[in-house]
Write a protein that binds this ligand. Structure first.
Ligand code: AMP
Length: 182
């Protein structure tokens, strides 16, 4: 952990101006501790396991890291965020869109309960990021509803909960599909 650099200001993270505007517009002034330590490694493409108490700003951390990595000119999925509940996926989708408000990011919420054909239509038009639950995302991957050649980052939110909620097999399948196609 000692080689992890701490960056105490959003301005010093070399983020896109439009992302910075989104961050300040959302009301964040200073990065929380987990954000100070994890955003840069995420942007640098390092494999990262981040652990912190709830309410410490983890969602902001991985959303900002993922948003910085997205190339808006590429109309393909570059980020997938897995949540273990539909509600968590919805909340994360909202935060992601709010922080990315000025970037013209296209996102899809892919969760059970949403009409499958509707989800497929949105994905086939092209989105930059997918936020959702493992079962439905795996379904979309198996049906080849979106192109994964430009995938940059897979985020597993609350991974401990996700694994203990019976999603282990689906997670393995998702990782295998992504690994085989990138
Ligand atoms: P989380 O741990 O990601 O669920 O975030 C907990 C709460 O902290 C949410 O209400 C966030 O909007 C808020 N929050 C996260 N990061 C910051 C920040 N850098 N400055 C102020 N509030 C934040």
């Amino acid at each position: 952990m000692s080689d992890i650099v701490t960056v105490e200001k959003f301005d010093e993270m070399n983020l896109k101006d439009k992302l910075l505007r989104g961050i300040y517009g959302y009301g964040f002034e200073k990065p929380s501790t987990i954000q100070q330590k994890s955003i840069l490694p995420l942007i640098m493409g390092k494999d990262l396991i981040a652990q912190a108490q709830s309410g410490s700003g983890k969602t902001g951390a991985f959303c900002i890291g993922a948003l910085e990595k997205i190339d808006i000119n590429i109309n393909n999925v570059q980020v997938i965020i897995l949540s273990h509940t539909k509600e968590l996926a919805r909340q994360t989708h909202n935060v992601f869109n709010e922080l990315g408000d000025f970037l013209n990011i296209k996102t899809a919420l892919v969760i059970g309960g949403i009409n499958i054909d509707e989800s497929k239509k949105i994905l086939q038009k092209g989105v930059h990021a997918i936020i959702g639950t493992p079962g439905r995302i795996l379904h979309m991957l198996n049906d080849k509803c979106f192109n994964i050649k430009k995938m940059k980052i897979l985020i597993i939110d609350e991974a401990d909960e996700l694994l203990s909620s019976g999603f282990e097999e689906q997670l393995k399948n998702i990782i295998e599909i992504l690994d085989n196609n990138i």
